[in-house]
Design a protein around this ligand. Structure first.
Ligand SMILES: Cc1cc2nc3c(=O)[nH]c(=O)nc-3n(C[C@H](O)[C@H](O)[C@H](O)COP(=O)(O)OP(=O)(O)OC[C@H]3O[C@@H](n4cnc5c(N)ncnc54)[C@H](O)[C@@H]3O)c2cc1C
Length: 197
């Protein structure tokens, strides 16, 4: 993250300093965003939506990286043949497709549950972890397929990797997501780590 972005985040934190101030400005027409003492469920619901759909764009990024990698594997020649003829290049591309389709299925499942008006905390958590980590792997794969072109800024592949690296961190780190998932599966204390401060 750039120092500018960090400053923007620090600024946001300053603005939320004090519940009274947040309440006065958070709802429509100056009304609170929810019932008094319902902050926990309002937060849980909004974070569920965030985890559900913010990562849809990452599925799109995976598709874009796959298409770019296939094009490059066919057009770039080394040792008298397209580099896609080497298994070291073609197999990671096949894995990109597997990750893409699994990520899409997880995303669609969350979308279906929300359209049915159902809770999707467990599914959204799984989707967040899988999609964000899959994009990192796919972006790493795309850099490798593109060789030095993947590393240079000209073609935008390295930018995709930089963008991807944020996914496992924002909207709750994946370590915390795994704790939530384990708790939802009934593992007591998985999130709090035994409650130590
Ligand atoms: C690109 C980007 C965009 C962001 N956008 C936003 C935004 O729009 N709004 C916003 O509010 N925040 C945003 N963030 C902040 C983000 O939510 C936090 O960085 C994230 O929650 C982790 O907090 P932290 O950086 O303080 O790390 P820490 O909480 O200090 O965590 C450091 C490490 O310890 C691990 N850890 C901490 N607690 C636990 C635990 N209980 N169990 C297991 N492991 C744990 C973490 O997984 C991590 O590996 C953004 C961050 C990034 C990188």
């Amino acid at each position: 993250m750039s120092s500018e972005a960090r400053t923007a985040e620090d600024g946001a934190a300053d603005h939320t300093d004090g519940c009274r101030r947040v309440r006065r400005h958070s709802g429509v027409g100056g009304q609170p965003a929810g019932r008094e003492a319902a902050g926990d469920s309002v937060f849980t619901s909004s974070i569920e939506w965030e985890r559900s759909f913010m990562f849809a764009s990452q599925v799109g990024a995976m598709e874009r990286l796959l298409e770019t990698s296939v094009r490059h594997a066919n057009s770039r020649h080394q040792f008298g043949r397209p580099i896609g003829a080497f298994q070291a290049v073609s197999h990671p591309i096949a894995d990109m497709k597997i990750r893409l389709e699994l990520a899409r299925m997880l995303l669609y499942r969350v979308g279906w549950l929300k359209r049915e008006g159902r809770l999707a905390l467990l599914e959204a958590t799984m989707a967040k972890i899988f999609i964000s980590e899959s994009l990192v792997q796919t972006a790493m794969g795309a850099v490798e397929v593109h060789g030095a072109r993947g590393y240079l800024t000209d073609d935008g592949i390295e930018r995709e990797l930089r963008d991807a690296l944020g996914g496992p961190i924002y909207a709750g780190t994946n370590a915390v997501q795994r704790g939530i998932l384990a708790e939802l599966l009934g593992v007591r204390g998985a999130l709090s780590g035994g409650g130590a401060q």
